[in-house]
Design a protein around this ligand. Structure first.
Ligand SMILES: [Zn+2]
Length: 255
């Protein structure tokens, strides 16, 4: 899939990074579709709102685009820390599209992270900019991809090949119910789902899940009732139809 397209003369004078942004936004506007409904296009946001790059004209889902030649499977550098935390708490974080292109401007990978997967525990605060920087004291953030379960990393393009639209939409639909939970609870749900995924098996016992208590405690240092919280989230995941309780007292993930 070629990312190349006509770029205007003004854009050509900009830095390489800005050109990449211009052409990848153009590519997304042309090639991408809404994963949340049956709209076959998403449109560039009318105003240059920071972080809001595309909107679905049919269901109003908002998509932010991050494009880069470098692919870091662990972290993505994002914008301001405070703005991101505010967006999460008020449930306004956009869906994220992570696009990787090659040095020949071909789209290599596009990953969709549905908005429901952003919680405070996957946002890492960066060091404030140095006093000599233009925006001295400004604090950015990184999104920790390792804190997001596989359920929240939907491949749209893999190694240059687009995944089928119906598959992408099915994967989005599968996790859509998470959006109905209040943001304060949703972080726990996503963290427990991630812990389950880390176990690496589709069927597991409570004792196996408890082995991951230390990492959940580390993500929620002020909580003194981690085990009850884990059990509560198993029920939430069951109600969302992501998990089944078996009659043997174990739990089974739905695919
Ligand atoms: Zn839509």
């Amino acid at each position: 899939m070629n990312l190349q397209c006509s770029i205007d003369v003004a854009a050509a004078y900009k830095s390489g990074t800005q050109i990449a942004r211009v052409v990848s936004e153009h590519w997304c506007g042309r090639e991408l579709y809404c994963p949340a409904c049956d709209s076959n296009q998403i449109l560039p946001s009318r105003v240059n709102t920071p972080g809001l790059d595309f909107t679905c004209p049919r269901c109003d889902q908002v998509f932010q685009l991050k494009s880069s030649r470098i692919w870091n499977p662990k972290k993505i550098v994002d914008a301001g820390y405070d703005a991101m935390i505010r967006a999460i708490r008020s449930d306004r974080a956009p869906n994220l599209l992570v696009l990787q292109y090659t040095s020949e401007w071909y789209v290599q990978n596009v990953l969709l992270i549905p908005r429901m997967f952003f919680s405070e525990s996957v946002i890492e605060k960066r060091k404030p900019l140095s006093p000599t920087a233009r925006r001295a004291g400004w604090v950015g953030c990184k999104i920790l991809l390792s804190g997001i379960p596989e359920d929240g990393k939907i491949a749209v393009v893999s190694s240059g090949t687009p995944e089928p639209r119906e598959q992408v939409r099915r994967e989005f639909e599968r996790v859509r119910g998470l959006g109905k939970l209040p943001p304060s609870l949703r972080g726990w749900t996503v963290d427990v789902l991630n812990a389950i995924r880390r176990l690496g098996k589709s069927q597991f016992s409570l004792q196996e899940l408890y082995q991951l208590e230390p990492e959940l405690q580390a993500a929620h240092p002020h909580n003194r009732n981690v085990r009850p919280k884990m059990r509560q989230q198993l029920q939430v995941l069951r109600d969302l139809r992501l998990l089944d309780f078996t009659d043997k007292g174990t739990y089974r993930l739905r695919s």
